[in-house]
Design a protein around this ligand. Structure first.
Ligand code: SDX
Length: 436
């Protein structure tokens, strides 16, 4: 970042001395007012719950222009990456800042492939869960538990430890997600196969059984790989900010990523894909497209607490570019499976059309986000709805790790420790119980 010639001056109507604050510029996007010295100079904090106007860090990884509906990973538009690259290239880009050439891609892929197995002891953690445990409950536990197996690489301040932890986490997430699924299905775990692609290996571990050979469907393999690319990173969203804050204490990478998994689970965040699919199924049960108008009235009634899941975004005030790509992927997968007339997809398209013409949504700039179509395509692939957010976590792990490593590698970073506006009781003395 570079110091702007522009300065911010904060003045107070009560006659307190005004304060001049430096303004910094990035390479693109809003400038920032540096308030780091504000408390020392004024004895006041800024107030921004939800961080609507707060930059928590400087980053060179992902840029979003919410007004244009633009998403860039290290400067490359998501539309070009989703069309011309695969997830391994995208991981290399997010982690190291550049797209690999063929040799680097082969080396990176080989490193990831040879870390896909997990310690055999890990399977005993699953036995502690009920078979119907939510996969995200299992994933939160398993990812944190990984730190128990890699004492050789948990020093987050050691660049080599950060790199091998990144490879291990990217490599092992598909294995863990597939194990969570197999455990719920009561089927035996399938070991990774090194001759399969990253997405193909996940499909194999999910849907193969020891009873017969499993053939990966190339259309589904490519679609799943694209889903991973679309979910890989997204600036300082809630779960990434959680990973950064957790990692800022110097804890190990596995624990920090486990915190990200826990945060992503929420329905306002990564849990929205599961909530969206359930919403579509509920509308379908109500009567389908003919009931959309009635459902939309509920959404617009503040007292109903009903939201159109998969719609709206803190940053995008235009169409989420990922949603458009996800819709295309949806069409490709449904067509290849002969499900062009999938009722939920038709219902989703109808909902989108109605919402985009409705004043309530137009005035609030509410558009479909990444979660609106991802559930439909995952369901068509055969992934159970409870696993959708775990798949999101699988894909986002590379973004979390890249952002964590960027923070730890930043000489300016400190442990995150926000302050507060205190509104509770001022000092008072404890009375003996007889006098209370
Ligand atoms: C992800 O941050 C990221 O980058 C996240 C993510 C990523 O890749 O990491 O993109 C992934 O989490 C996508 C978002 C998935 N969540 C959902 O689809 C859940 C439904 N969406 C909403 O909960 C909401 O839109 C949020 C949480 C996504 C954004 O909430 P904000 O920014 O706090 O906006 P808001 O709640 O203040 O909404 C502004 C207005 C409000 O109405 P008013 O008070 O102005 O009258 O829009 C309304 C909201 O009630 N609104 C919705 C709505 N989303 C917002 N009304 C109906 N349905 C919705 N989905």
């Amino acid at each position: 970042m570079k110091l702007s010639e522009n300065k911010a001056t904060l003045s107070f109507s009560n006659g307190s001395p005004s304060v001049e604050l430096p303004v910094y510029q990035g390479s693109v996007g809003p400038d920032v007012v540096d308030i780091r010295k504000l408390y020392a100079q004024t004895g006041m904090f800024t107030y921004d719950p939800g961080f609507l106007s707060t930059a928590s860090c400087q980053s060179a990884i992902t840029y979003i222009d919410g007004d244009k509906g633009e998403l860039l990973y290290r400067g490359y538009p998501i539309e070009q990456l989703a069309t011309n690259c695969d997830f391994m290239e995208t991981c290399h880009l997010l982690l190291y800042g550049n797209l690999p050439d063929a040799a680097d891609k082969a080396d990176f892929t080989k490193r990831v492939t040879h870390h896909t197995m997990i310690n055999e002891q890990m399977q005993f953690f699953l036995r502690g869960f009920r078979r119907d445990a939510h996969p995200m409950a299992i994933m939160t536990g398993l990812v944190g538990a990984l730190s128990a197996f890699y004492h050789d690489s948990t020093d987050i301040n050691n660049p080599e430890h950060r790199d091998i932890s990144a490879i291990r986490l990217i490599a092992k997430m598909p294995t863990l997600v597939a194990m969570a699924y197999k455990y719920s299905a009561g089927q035996p775990y399938m070991y990774p196969k090194n001759n399969l692609s990253y997405a193909g290996n996940f499909l194999h571990m999910m849907f193969a059984t020891p009873c017969e050979d499993y053939v990966v469907n190339p259309v589904i393999e490519r679609a799943l790989d694209r889903i991973f690319v679309l979910h890989a990173d997204h600036e300082q969203n809630a779960s990434t900010s959680t990973v950064r804050l957790c990692g800022s204490s110097g804890t190990n990478p596995f624990a920090a990523i486990a915190a990200g998994v826990a945060c992503l689970w929420g329905p306002a965040h990564g849990g929205a894909n599961e909530a969206c699919l359930n919403m579509l199924e509920d509308i379908q049960k109500m009567g389908g497209i003919s009931k959309v108008g009635q459902f939309m009235e509920q959404v617009k009634d503040k007292n109903s607490g009903v939201k159109l899941m998969g719609f709206g975004h803190r940053v995008y005030k235009n169409y989420d570019p990922r949603a458009k790509l996800m819709q295309e992927t949806c069409k490709e997968v449904l067509a290849s499976l002969g499900l062009e007339n999938d009722p939920l997809f038709k219902l989703a398209m109808a909902l989108e059309k109605i919402a985009l013409e409705d004043e309530y949504f137009v005035s609030r700039k509410l558009y479909p986000n990444v979660d609106f179509y991802s559930g439909i395509v995952q369901r068509a692939i055969g992934i159970p709805v409870g696993l959708f957010t775990a798949v999101f976590a699988l894909a986002r792990t590379v973004g979390w790790i890249a952002q964590l490593n960027e923070m730890i590698g930043d000489p300016e970073y400190k442990i995150g420790r926000p302050r507060q506006l205190f509104t509770g009781s001022v000092r008072r003395d404890v009375l003996p119980i007889a006098q209370r």
